[in-house]
Design a binder for this molecule. Structure first.
Ligand code: ATP
Ligand code: MG
Ligand code: MG
Ligand code: MG
Length: 432
């Protein structure tokens, strides 16, 4: 991409309503654009990051055999009556966004999709032979939050990966629950986050068992309590449900329920603010029973499948990554998620030779799949560097008349103070 033709509305000022770093930086770096309270557009650079996060999530879900589908955002109210989540008397939660069609029928803008998936499963799967099955989607969710704030951290329209598992019995669905928990930890690790799975209440989604995934951060809206010694196991991806349960790890409500008396602390009890980036629930037969979805068993008898549901707040995850990876100059993207891996900064834009060298390097990198961005604008040197730092590209290739004369090209790194100088032909090899 050439910056001169790019949509990158960088701003210096913090927007009035942006009080946390990720919100400020997403707006200032031109990743997102505010449309209204809690609703945002993704701009090109933001969308590139979003797609990378989605790719990671999709890969890990597919890797454990989950199947991607896409269900509508508009859900008939009738479905919610079937599951009993809402009744005719209209006890819709205040967060549920409702539309009324021309015939006066109510439609719910999906805040989650247990009903749609349970019915889909029931219509398509008739035999135990097809189990287990996990279906998922990555789609827009709607919640009319009382206080939409912090940008996409608490939006009214946001992206979620939601998955739904169906098994022959509780024992098997807990196995699925564990597999997905492990896949989640892999996903967060690839985003260079250390997510802590904490025991949590099941709330309005229901079920009998649930874990939230939290990222430690001062700006988080949640509070968690955990045994410091669990971190080692998480970092080493050495987590099973059994060993997780051997540690005291609770979110606030669970901790209160335990009368704030932790047991079995092996290291130190940590209390910290955190961001909830994911949530998984073991549902059992709550939805299959209420929606009367049955499958034929081994002996021909009908049974209610045991279910689980599993969410990742995809857009919130990006906010959490920025909360963890920033400095006074801007965002510092983890390598895998950077919108561009390399930015070529031509600081003498009117020098023909500089443009030739920049363009040559640009195409070489591009052909190798290195996703370069070429800053070929007329902006001042200061502005170019400040912008590259703000948007957080890991590697900056600096081209100038002086360097070209000495056959040296400067390589700067977002995370290091010192640059290195290389001959032109060695640049590509070095970056590889
Ligand atoms: P919170 O406690 O922050 O309100 P929640 O518990 O209501 O979240 P879930 O129903 O568990 O959310 O949804 C799954 C995931 O979707 C959450 O773990 C979170 O990462 C994300 N999420 C929920 N609400 C929002 C929102 N308003 N904006 C962005 N992401 C959200
Ligand atoms: Mg909520
Ligand atoms: Mg919550
Ligand atoms: Mg939750």
């Amino acid at each position: 991409m050439f910056l001169i033709n790019y949509l990158l509305p960088i701003s210096k000022e913090n927007p009035n309503d942006a009080v946390i770093k990720s919100h400020q930086l997403m707006i200032k770096s031109g990743m997102i654009h505010k449309v209204g309270s809690g609703v945002y557009s993704w701009l090109p650079i933001g969308l590139r990051v979003l797609h990378k996060v989605i790719d990671i999530i999709r890969f890990e879900m597919n890797n454990i055999g989950c199947l991607e589908v896409s269900t509508p955002s508009m859900q008939p109210f009738e479905l919610w009556k079937k599951s009993g989540r809402h009744s005719d008397n209209g006890d819709l939660s205040a967060e549920t966004l409702v539309a009324v069609d021309r015939h006066g029928n109510k439609l719910i803008y999906s805040p989650t999709a247990e009903e749609v998936f349970t019915e889909l499963f029931g219509d398509c799967i008739k035999s135990y032979k097809n189990l287990p099955i996990v279906l998922y989607q990555i789609s827009t969710k709607f919640r009319d939050e009382i206080r939409p704030r912090f940008g996409l951290m608490r939006g009214r329209e946001f992206l979620m990966k939601d998955a739904y598992s169906f098994d022959i019995d509780q024992k098997n669905s807990l196995k699925n629950y564990e597999n997905i928990l492990k896949a989640y930890l892999k996903i967060f690790k690839q985003c260079e986050l250390s997510a802590i799975p904490v025991l949590a209440p099941t709330g309005s989604i229901g079920g009998d068992y649930s874990h939230e995934f939290h990222i430690v951060s001062d700006t988080g809206e949640s509070t968690i309590y955990y045994d410091s010694s669990v971190i080692n196991d998480i970092e080493n991806q050495n987590i099973s449900l059994e060993n997780l349960n051997s540690y005291y790890i609770c979110e606030e409500e669970k901790h209160k329920y335990n009368n704030k008396k932790p047991i079995n602390i092996k290291g130190e009890l940590i209390e910290t603010k955190s961001i909830e980036v994911g949530h998984i629930f073991h549902l059992g037969t709550k939805y299959s029973k209420s929606m009367n979805v049955k499958v034929q068993g081994y002996n021909g008898e009908l049974f209610y499948p045991s279910m689980g549901c599993y969410g990742i707040g995809v857009s919130r995850l990006i906010c959490a990554i920025i909360e963890c990876y920033n400095d006074e100059r801007g965002i510092i993207w983890p390598k895998k998620l950077a919108p561009f891996k390399v930015i070529i900064i031509n600081i003498n834009n009117n020098c023909e030779k500089c443009d030739q060298v920049s363009t040559k390097i640009y195409y070489e990198l591009n052909n190798m799949g290195f996703e370069p961005l070429y800053d070929n604008t007329d902006d001042s040197i200061g502005k170019k560097f400040a912008r590259a730092d703000l948007i957080g590209i890991p590697v900056q290739i600096v081209i100038s008349t002086k360097n070209i004369k000495e056959d040296k090209i400067e390589l700067k790194f977002r995370q290091k103070i010192e640059s290195i100088f290389l001959e032109q032909e060695n640049i590509i090899n070095y970056i590889k």
